[in-house]
Design a protein around this ligand. Structure first.
Ligand code: AMP
Length: 198
């Protein structure tokens, strides 16, 4: 199996080759084809399996098929920790380096001004932790009404860290009609409830 056979386009294939990726990992081989057609994905996978590329590559490809100006947030990735958020944003930057899309990352524990400035410049793909996202949304600094693709990353850790109510609040801010990709290392009943609401 090759990345090309999964249906990825030339700019993304070149970027993945530059990363030294030769073959898709199992989660990539399973998730990328349905995600590229706009289907929802429920992925049972943990960090280290290549799951970031499994959702990032389809997001980049789908958004690059249509340009929206001025830029609005068209993809939102929610993840529990600052470290994961930064890592995801770095990966999006690397996989999307041959595409004209912009990414930004927001998380708590640091001043909000640089994040707000970045949002004001226009962002296509936003990676965020739930608390800071709700905070900036409450202050009117970001609009989630144009989100076409929503990724919930590490859902079971969100639950363990007590973020599940914040996650539900974020979901209420998103359009009803969207593509959802949901990743969790385990699928306990509380997580399956959330999956059902999505
Ligand atoms: P992740 O599970 O997304 O955090 O990825 C774990 C590590 O595997 C990261 O260092 C990625 O850069 C790397 N990686 C992801 N997909 C591939 C692949 N298909 N081939 C080689 N390395 C990969």
């Amino acid at each position: 199996m090759t990345f090309q056979e999964l249906g990825l386009n030339e700019p993304i294939l070149r970027a993945l080759a530059d990363q030294g990726y030769e073959q898709p990992s199992p989660i990539q081989a399973k998730a990328i084809p349905p995600a590229l057609t706009g289907r929802d994905v429920l992925g049972c996978a943990q960090t280290g399996t290549g799951k970031t590329c499994a959702f990032a590559a389809p997001i980049l490809q789908r958004l690059s098929e249509k340009s929206v100006q001025p830029r609005v947030i068209r993809a939102l990735i929610l993840t529990p920790t600052r470290e994961l958020a930064i890592q995801i944003d770095d990966n999006l930057h690397a996989y999307g380096k041959n595409l004209p899309l912009t990414e930004a990352v927001i998380f708590g524990g640091v001043g909000q001004t640089p994040q707000v400035e970045q949002l004001k410049r226009g962002v296509d793909i936003l990676t965020a932790t739930p608390g800071r996202l709700l905070d900036l949304s409450g202050q009117g600094y970001l609009d989630l009404s144009h989100v076409e693709i929503f990724v919930l990353d590490e859902a079971d850790r969100m639950l363990d860290m007590g973020f599940i109510h914040d996650v539900r609040r974020v979901i209420k801010l998103l359009p009803q009609k969207k593509q959802t990709m949901f990743f969790s290392a385990t699928l306990p009943p509380e997580i399956m409830d959330l999956v059902d609401t999505l």
